[in-house]
Design a protein around this ligand. Structure first.
Ligand code: HEC
Ligand code: HEC
Length: 285
């Protein structure tokens, strides 16, 4: 025979029921807090991600602008404003008609049969995929407020942007801080230093304006002839060298660089380039 089960103690005294209710309430409040807090946290997540992406984008634009100034501006113009017979990449007509993917292809693969060579490392160019992404991001950043240039493909010039290009400001400052090659008379010690500054500046001008066609070390390329050393005829003739750089060679990719002919270089800078090329002609075997 089983022992009789003890009668359960009544749980439902009003006292206990109230305690239990309080626990339920507390549990419910905690759950409600969690239910609200989690989506709130998730709501903040895109904003956090957005901020990180925005920081990366800003960095890419800055680095892309530098790459563009060094490698593309010689043909496509400062700030992609065109103006020398090469497509005006900063034009609204162009930027609104290409996707990022297409831009990336155009830059990595180039346009066969034209001066637009492939820039992808895998295709013999100088750039990694990341650098090409930076260039694409930079070009895309120009789209907002891009000027309309119907003749963009022919390289019609776009009006200058409100933002001053870093590149155009540089030669002006260097004109005041460094004298042209030759230095300050009567200060032989400083002349060396001034010369070094002037040379570095000239090399910078060469790298951004001429290297795209004449090669990084002026060794020549498929587009432009070698300038180091200069041809014998030009080496002994600084005036002709000056004239070629200032006026360009009609009917060729060698465009005029003098300010008064629509270029960006002042006479001092062109003279420095001539001296630099001539010197390098003498020192090269
Ligand atoms: C030596 C001159 C030269 C240099 C340097 C150069 N390009 Fe070009 N680029 C051209 C020419 C010419 C075209 C047009 C080719 C054609 O359509 O026949 C072109 C076209 C383009 C196009 C396509 C525009 C279109 O016609 O649809 C893009 C994008 C472009 N270049 C980007 C760049 C970038 C970015 C750089 C620097 C990494 C660069 N280019 C450097 C000459 C150059
Ligand atoms: C878009 C391409 C391009 C750019 C940029 C360019 N050149 Fe040229 N350059 C050429 C071509 C092409 C020639 C050959 C022209 C010809 O057929 O006579 C040339 C010729 C020259 C010559 C004559 C060489 C010789 O032996 O006859 C000099 C000097 C010269 N360039 C200097 C410069 C300097 C300095 C810069 C930069 C300020 C520059 N070039 C930028 C394409 C270019």
């Amino acid at each position: 025979m089983a022992a009789p089960r003890p009668t359960p103690r009544p749980l439902d005294t009003p006292e206990q029921a109230r305690t239990l209710d309080r626990y339920y309430m507390a549990g419910l409040v905690c759950m409600a807090l969690l239910i609200v807090a989690f989506p709130l946290y998730k709501l903040g997540e895109p904003a956090r991600r957005e901020r990180t992406l925005e920081a990366t984008r800003t960095e890419n634009i800055t680095l892309g602008a530098t790459l563009f100034a060094q490698h593309c501006a010689a043909c496509h113009g400062d700030d992609a404003r065109g103006g020398r017979g090469f497509p005006t990449l900063g034009a609204k007509e162009f930027l609104t008609s290409v996707s990022d993917k297409q831009l990336q292809w155009l830059i990595s693969g180039g346009i066969p049969g034209s001066a637009m060579v492939a820039y992808d490392l895998d295709l013999g160019g100088p750039f990694t995929a990341q650098e090409i992404t930076r260039l694409v991001t930079y070009l895309r950043s120009l789209e907002e407020g891009a000027p309309s240039v119907p003749g963009w493909y022919r390289g019609e010039a776009a009006p200058p942007r409100a933002v001053v290009a870093l590149d155009t400001a540089a030669p002006a400052t260097s004109d005041t801080t460094a004298s042209p090659p030759g230095g300050v008379p009567g200060q032989p010690a400083d002349t060396q230093a001034l010369r070094a500054v002037a040379t570095a500046e000239t090399e910078r001008v060469y790298a951004s304006r001429c290297a795209a066609c004449h090669g990084a070390t002026a060794e020549g390329s498929a587009i432009g002839p070698a300038l180091r050393p200069l041809s014998a005829a030009l080496r002994s003739n600084p005036d002709s060298t000056y004239a070629i750089i200032a006026r360009g060679v009609a009917g060729t990719a060698m465009m005029p660089f003098a300010k008064e002919r629509g270029g960006q270089l002042d006479a001092t800078t062109i003279r420095a380039l001539v001296a630099w090329l001539q010197e390098s002609g003498v020192t090269s075997p």
